[in-house]
Design a protein around this ligand. Sequence first.
Ligand SMILES: [Fe+2]
Ligand SMILES: [Fe+2]
Length: 196
Amino acid sequence: MNSVILRLNPVYQKIYKRAKPFLQTRKNVIHTQIALRYALKLLKKEEGDEGIVIPAILLHDVGWKALPEPLQLTAFGPNPSNPNLTRLHEREGARIAKSILEKLHYPSQKIEEICQIINGHDSRKRPLSWNDRVVKDADKLWRYSRKGMAIDLDRFHMPRRDYLIFLEASIEPWFLTPTGMGLAKKEILLRKRDKP
Ligand SMILES: [Fe+2]
Ligand SMILES: [Fe+2]
């Protein structure tokens, strides 16, 4: 298992183990691990309940498994042609997450909040809570990581220079916590220095 997962409390490791089969699409295993790394960083500085944030991050994209891969690519990115599919992966994700968490006897109040966060994690612009802010920022920070950016560039067929401009311009409108915004700014500087 990946080192960031191995460092988690056993209850979260169990959630990850059940989420993993649903993450075997769209590079979601690596996406989830990188988003988790950012979520753990954010939780050190920002308000947020790890009992909500960690399961929400581990499970937020399990719903993509319900969509065939060629269709997934039309749902997201700088110019999505089929954005309603984004809603579908959110709704499916909330349904799958609920069943995983119930099987693990996770506290029901927490399940409700986790599923609310998942059901809208991409489409809902206004955050529901501090927990939601942390989840949204961790998810978006993936795009600024070296690995995430390389994967997205490959998907979107956009010149690297243009994509960097798009990502830099998106920092202000996207990020909801000061720590998330700071990390995005730091990462974009590093990406500019990376060898293409
Ligand atoms: Fe998503
Ligand atoms: Fe995501």
